[in-house]
Design a protein around this ligand. Structure first.
Ligand code: ATP
Length: 242
């Protein structure tokens, strides 16, 4: 069984086709990165896969369940860390974690909060109001919050956008520690991030998934020695959108 399977997934916004027919299979426990130019359709794809928006056409199966028929069950087993962090600015980090544990009615709330604090090394910021944290800390807390309900599938939309190189590498360590335990779909514009974290990479351009493979496979397909050059080659090979 695949964690995620899509068939001919389409999303249209009036005349604009944001996602133009995607067939994707992601294995359980896989870390799959979506790379693409601005406006390629990555966020729209993630929003459909996480049941935040309804596709115009096509099918999505999450761990064998249909995203329309089994929406409620699916929502219980996935979570999203969106581009804009999902934390309450006026609550402390601890209060944010506790609040989400309440929302999800986690049985052993204190133990869950403690586990996430340890995993993300949040001790030093626990009492601080979220709005006073640096961008790197806010991202960390945002991912920690997305793990409160122990999702089987986690969507990370540009998790390290705008972070300095040290904060980014710290977050990579956190993401790496989750690898294999849950299925992760990550969007990013950073080639190094996709290459170092992911099992496979999908390249999106103009709403289509133009190529999928490991970083090495994509370099071979494109005949390039770096992922960045391979990305440029593959993302532009179809030319301008129709
Ligand atoms: P980026 O890397 O810039 O975040 P992306 O690959 O995530 O881009 P999307 O945000 O999925 O791309 O956008 C795909 C296309 O759909 C864009 O042309 C965008 O303007 C359009 N789009 C996205 N959301 C909406 C919406 N709610 N209404 C209308 N058009 C939208």
């Amino acid at each position: 069984m695949f964690a995620i399977e899509t068939k001919n997934l389409v999303k249209k916004y009036k005349d604009l086709t944001a996602v133009a027919g995607i067939d994707l299979k992601v294995q359980e426990g896989e870390l799959f990165a979506l790379l693409g130019t601005n406006g390629a359709g990555k966020t729209t794809t993630i929003k459909m896969l996480s049941s935040l928006i309804v596709p115009t056409a096509g099918e999505i199966t999450i761990l064998g369940m249909d995203i329309v028929k089994d929406r409620q069950k699916i929502r219980e087993i996935l979570n999203v860390s969106p581009q804009e962090t999902a934390i309450a600015p006026n609550l402390s980090v601890k209060e944010n974690l506790e609040f989400m544990s309440n929302v999800y009615q986690i049985p052993n709330r204190e133990a869950k909060v403690e586990e996430l604090v340890k995993l993300f090394h949040l001790e030093e910021v626990l009492a601080k109001k979220a709005k006073t944290l640096s961008g790197g800390w806010q991202r960390k807390v945002s991912i920690a919050i997305a793990l409160v309900n122990e999702p089987k599938i986690l969507f990370l939309d540009e998790p390290t956008l705008g972070l300095d190189v040290i904060a980014r590498k710290e977050l990579w360590t956190v993401i790496e520690s989750l690898k294999g335990r849950i299925t992760i779909i990550l969007t990013t514009h950073y080639m190094e991030e996709a290459e170092s974290l992911s099992d496979r990479i999908g390249i999106m351009a103009h709403g289509k998934l133009v190529d999928i493979g490991t970083a090495e496979e994509l370099k071979q397909i494109a005949g390039k020695s770096t992922l960045e050059d391979a990305f440029v080659e593959l993302a532009t090979k179809g030319g301008a959108p129709a």
